[in-house]
Design a protein around this ligand. Sequence first.
Ligand code: ADP
Ligand code: MG
Length: 251
Amino acid sequence: MLDTSQTGAEVRLSGVEKTFGTNTVLSRLDLTIRSGEFLSIVGKSGCGKSTLLRLLTGLDQPTRGEVTVDGHAPADQRGEVRLMFQEPRLLPWASVIDNVAVGLPEGGTLANRRAQAEAALAEVQLPGKAQDWPASLSGGQRQRVALARALVSRPRLLALDEPLGALDALTRLVMQDLILQVKRDDGFTAILVTHDVAEAVALSDRVIVLDAGRVAKEVVIDLPHPRSKGHPRLAALEAEILDAIFAKGRD
Ligand SMILES: Nc1ncnc2c1ncn2[C@@H]1O[C@H](COP(=O)(O)OP(=O)(O)O)[C@@H](O)[C@H]1O
Ligand SMILES: [Mg+2]
């Protein structure tokens, strides 16, 4: 069998529908996210972005249609998939390194688990904090710990639900670069939900706009990294995406 351990997962949605009672949140959604792609999902509040991430990561099931990660049900691929949220969700009574080790599967020696957690902390550029308590860290440092916890198991799919939404503007920019760097180093597939369209175009290979349960717009960001913030092509793509989010008269 092909060894795909160093590549990102491929995600496919076909005819996916998700309803809650009479509320149709996603309707007949078809989407393929290729191995190693960085996809961003944007759209108005309540349009179903978090719901979509929950389906992709196996935390919830579609009402109709099929979601697969490398051809399998997401729930069967749990070891390969990690989800990161706006709140770091750290254990306040555990040290930084123990919080990172929470992301590892059970088993292995203590020394080995510590070594893996140390490596993940180095990757998020947070060395020297291993024995600190979460309460002593800044908001940005806590999100680094949450990122290290997500990366420590070497996932092949990382889903990020507004991970930088609570950070100040400068910390966001630093964290965006960090996410790009770990993505490049580790090769996973990344799916980012963000309300920040500039962030979406700065980081992604492709941005989709969700509206009324469908993909209302898809934009390929065909610029190499590093992308300079003031690049006119980025600004034009950002405007095009914002127009799609706020388009009137679509049913
Ligand atoms: N567990 C649930 N039960 C009922 N309705 C839900 C549930 N989860 C989400 N919804 C509804 O689905 C819609 C989309 O929610 P969500 O995916 O959280 O939107 P977004 O992340 O884009 O802001 C909302 O109308 C929300 O109320
Ligand atoms: Mg949400």
